[in-house]
Design a protein around this ligand. Structure first.
Ligand code: PGA
Length: 257
């Protein structure tokens, strides 16, 4: 099974950690000449601040090639859904949106079916979905990782045609914990993810899909993951809160071959 790598991607996910002002300041610092992001050649950068901060961060990043904005969540309907933000609304400010981040699955009851609706809503609105999958500690200990991942992909992408997308593998037990899967295990899972995508979409049809690893990515370990044959980049939570660390991760991924 041959898979050709395209541009890599680094997603900095600030979750609910930064106010509007702090988000804009962090983006500004990240773009400062001392971090030399203009020298990044083959890595797309996506920043996902809170909904509220999207516009401000977008202003800061205006005119900078290779840097895009993404939303941390999305709702699939339009109209009378108090408090929700639709994919269509998001399409005015950003080009990516998370669908089914494990923290949404865990704390906000995002089921596989809900995640599927979110993925479809993004695609319909012209937003690239960051479709998240990953096993929890219990499933990992029970040796059920592949079973969980197959279920999540088959349900989450049911009825979806091949299109530009990010599939984000985030083992839940590695998020924010400092514990990480070894690179051999990660490569095995990412290869398995590709196999399922081939089954679903046919050989070659998954070319626009980038498979990305997340879970305690830091400047010291980012290159090891980005270098894996079936990994197209990383998503970063905790370490992305520091512009210096995020910049170091971006450069490490860009240099990793
Ligand atoms: P972390 O979060 O880098 O803090 O582990 C990653 C994520 O939530 O995707």
């Amino acid at each position: 099974m041959e898979y050709m790598k395209t541009n890599k991607i680094v997603i900095g996910n600030w979750k609910m950690n930064k106010s509007i002002r702090e988000s804009a300041a962090c983006a500004k610092e990240l773009l400062d000449a001392r971090y030399d992001l203009t020298s990044v050649k083959s890595t797309d950068i996506v920043l996902t601040p809170s909904f509220l901060a999207l516009n401000e961060v977008k202003k800061v990043c205006a005119g900078r090639n290779g840097i895009s904005l993404g939303a941390q969540d999305v709702y699939w309907g339009t109209g009378n859904y108090c408090g929700a933000v639709s994919a269509k609304m998001l399409s005015e400010v950003c080009s990516y949106a998370f669908a089914g981040h494990s923290e949404r699955r865990m704390h906000f009851n995002d089921t596989d079916e809900i995640v599927n609706r979110k993925v479809k809503a993004c695609i319909e609105a012209g937003i690239t979905p960051i479709f998240c999958i990953g096993e929890d500690e219990e499933a990992n200990n029970a040796g059920k990782t592949k079973e969980v991942i197959r279920r999540q992909i088959e349900s989450g992408l049911a009825g979806v045609r091949p299109c530009e997308m990010v599939v984000l593998y985030e083992p839940v037990w590695a998020l924010g914990t400092g514990r990480t899967p070894c690179t051999e295990d990660t490569e095995e899972i990412m290869r398995f993810v590709r196999e399922i995508l081939h089954e679903l979409f046919g050989a070659g049809a998954g070319r626009g899909i980038r498979a990305v690893y997340a879970g305690s990515v830091r400047p010291e370990n980012a290159a090891a993951y980005a270098r894996l044959p079936h990994v197209d980049g990383v998503a970063v939570g905790t370490a992305s809160l520091s512009a210096e660390k995020l910049a170091a991760i971006i450069h490490a991924v860009d240099r990793a071959v």
